[in-house]
Design a protein. Structure first.
Length: 136
């Protein structure tokens, strides 16, 4: 039985991508470069994000955060989920501001990250994806 790539339970926006390191022996360097690229792009799109290093679950790594949201990645067998997940509801600004921020950023996030769209998951846990259509 297979399974798909993880995402945290509070994820409200998820995009999917592939990570295929070259045949070199240092795939961790390539992974770190991939992560740095995601951070740079996310900080340009969402200026309130700042760097963090927090594991939300065993496989869900938050690499950026703001008052409302975690921005992170999960990887399994070359499939990467890039996600935005709710932080705990104990932030100072209040839930209405958080909900407004989430509504504003979801589409921009989905348009900007990932190359795959998840079509669904079989009963055995394996997921099916298709490539995003590129609009020119």
């Amino acid at each position: 039985m297979g399974r798909g790539v993880s995402r945290p339970s509070g994820a409200f926006a998820v995009s999917y991508d592939e990570f295929s390191p070259s045949d070199s022996e240092d795939s961790s360097f390539e992974w770190n470069c991939y992560i740095e690229g995601l951070k740079e792009k996310a900080k340009k799109l969402f200026p309130s994000m700042r760097e963090c290093d927090k594991w939300l679950d065993r496989e869900d790594h938050a690499i950026l955060e703001n008052a409302f949201t975690w921005f992170g990645v999960s990887e399994y067998c070359g499939c990467v989920s890039i996600w935005l997940a709710d932080k705990d509801r104990d932030f100072r600004a209040g839930p209405a501001i958080a909900e407004h921020w989430k509504e504003q950023v979801q589409q921009k996030f989905r348009d900007s990250f990932g190359t795959l769209v998840k079509l669904g998951t079989f009963s055995n846990g394996e997921s099916v994806y298709k490539r995003k259509e590129v609009v020119k």
